[in-house]
Design a protein around this ligand. Structure first.
Ligand code: NDP
Length: 481
């Protein structure tokens, strides 16, 4: 069993029960981890709370240097982390390598920002002219970082790095199915001499320990990434305590392809944006709206491009020009996507590519494209979290924008055009937290990232990502006469 990490020590937890971690490509058990209890949550939060006073007073430069030391260790162990990610998540080795690279980039970005946090000074010219004001920027305390299964490392980094650099301590709850790489990172942070208790990891099921973590009185801030359903549940639990929260939730991002688009580039961008990580992306073009004028051309190009994607074991590279796509992460996840596909086909959608699940072990599904399913079908309204791409014809920008907004989600959106008026309209009228123009969906560490509507609120990445881990405290200083 790979044990949890609380107060710098490995522990099997109070219950001494275990949960298996399964390789989604082979369905074989890789390892087991403790099935934590509410008492373990309490121990982890108490350890983080005890570590807070000293960590929050540590010089920002020293905190940054400790993180840089950890970055060096992650680079040293990069290969091991990539292998671990391929096995526990299922993604191909090239994508796992990309994820570790992205993690390192994000950690470096926040290590550099640690010393750039600025408060402000304000002369007070009113009745209090013999006083001045300043705004201090204080860390909050213990942060609960709850991470989903699709990008266990990058989404850990986007919480951990700004939380630590702002002076907070953290209890991490990885997805029950992807705890192993997270525990390796936590071990490396300890090796880098980040003090015990500053980062703690609780394993087990969110449905069993999540409530205790989110409602723990010493947890000041909840940083959650996951489904909208679980996000809603967490918000309802944490609201009475008025905890600070960021909610990075599900999405059903529209892509609009206009008559003047570079069709080849659009097809490539749509394919990457949809089939990366076997379509298990929060951001990702999940509904494509194509103008009549370029529909046939785009579909031909898209089917050709996506036809190169080949399901297979993540640790084997596909032979060029094939592109490896891994399994879905869980069997339930695959069933859900297959049901959404069936609903689209039952409604009259045309199967243009894929549609099957290969025989044998592993939760594989063929990359699938379906043309013009009903506008009220499940793929048009729900989040599809797998390798399934619905595409519709549209005849005007008004129609494309109206259909884009016809969902509860509002994470990202993209448009393929060189017409500045179209760009302007999509930027202003499509309801989404992030937009791309002639680009596939990608989150940059330097830019704020976050959704609107049922895709959540709050920002990760960028300076804004650090701001969310700090409280602004205005202080008025008088007695200067
Ligand atoms: P889930 O919502 O099922 O789980 C996310 C995390 O929440 C897991 O660690 C899970 O633990 C935990 N959890 C479950 N129940 C509770 C609870 N009652 N209290 C506290 N924590 C709980 O999401 P998935 O892991 O399946 O990830 C996929 C979803 O995440 C998709 O909807 C995707 O769009 C979204 N996502 C959003 C992103 C964004 O930035 N907006 C980025 C990436 C993904 P356990 O695994 O043990 O159930």
């Amino acid at each position: 069993m790979v044990e949890m990490l609380i107060a710098g020590e490995r522990t099997a937890g109070e219950a001494s029960e275990a949960l298996d971690v399964v390789d989604p490509a082979t369905e074989e058990t890789l390892e087991s981890v403790p099935r934590a209890s509410a008492q373990d949550v309490d121990r982890a939060v108490s350890a983080a709370d005890a570590a807070f006073a000293e960590w929050s007073r540590t010089d920002a430069e020293d905190r940054a240097n400790l993180l840089r030391k950890a970055i060096g260790l992650i680079e040293r162990d990069r290969k091991d982390l990539v292998t671990s990610l391929v096995h526990e998540q299922g993604k191909p080795v090239t994508e796992a390598g990309g994820e570790v690279h992205h993690l390192l980039h994000g950690l470096n970005y926040y290590a550099d920002l640690a010393t750039k946090v600025r408060g402000s000074y304000q002369a007070l010219p009113s009745a209090l002219s013999k006083a001045y004001g300043m705004v201090l920027r204080r860390p909050m305390g213990v942060v609960a970082a709850i991470v989903p299964n699709n990008f266990p490392l990058t989404l850990l980094g986007t919480k951990l790095a700004p939380a630590l650099m702002a002076g907070n301590t953290v209890v991490v709850k990885p997805a029950a199915t992807t705890p192993l790489t997270t525990l390796k990172i936590a071990e490396l942070l300890l090796e880098a001499e980040i003090p015990p208790g500053v980062v703690n990891v609780i394993t087990g099921r969110g449905s069993e320990v999540g409530d205790a973590l989110v409602t723990h009185p010493q947890v000041r801030r909840v940083a959650f990434t996951g489904s909208t359903a679980v996000g809603r549940h967490i918000m309802s639990l944490a609201a009475p305590q008025l905890k600070r929260m960021t909610m990075e939730l599900g999405g059903s991002d529209p892509v609009i392809v206009c008559p003047d688009a570079n069709v080849k580039a659009a097809a490539r961008g749509i394919a990457i944006g949809r089939f990366w990580n076997c379509g298990q992306m929060c951001l990702g073009g999940k509904r494509v709206y194509v103008f009549d004028e370029v529909y046939d051309q785009l579909m031909e190009e898209l089917v050709k491009t996506v036809g190169k994607y080949e399901p297979g074991l993540g640790w084997e590279k596909a032979e060029k020009p094939k592109i490896r796509v891994g399994p879905l992460h869980t069997s339930d996840g695959r069933d859900e996507v297959m049901e959404q596909l069936q609903d689209a086909l039952d409604g009259g959608g045309e199967l243009l590519l894929g549609g099957d699940k290969p025989e044998g072990a592993g939760y594989f599904m063929e990359p699938t494209i379906v043309g013009n399913p009903p506008v009220d079908s499940r793929v048009a309204r729900e989040e599809t979290f797998g390798p399934l791409l619905p595409v519709w014809r549209v005849s005007s920008l008004d129609e494309a924008i109206e259909r884009s907004n016809d969902t509860e989600y509002g994470l990202g959106a993209s448009v393929w055009t060189y017409d500045i008026r179209t760009v302007h309209r999509v930027a202003n009228e499509v309801e989404a937290g992030m937009k791309w123009v002639n680009q596939f969906h990608y989150g940059y560490d330097e830019l704020p990232f976050g959704g609107v509507k049922a895709s959540g609120y709050g920002k990760e990445h960028g300076m804004e990502g650090l701001d969310y881990y700090l409280e602004d405290v205005p202080v008025v200083v008088g007695g200067l006469e």
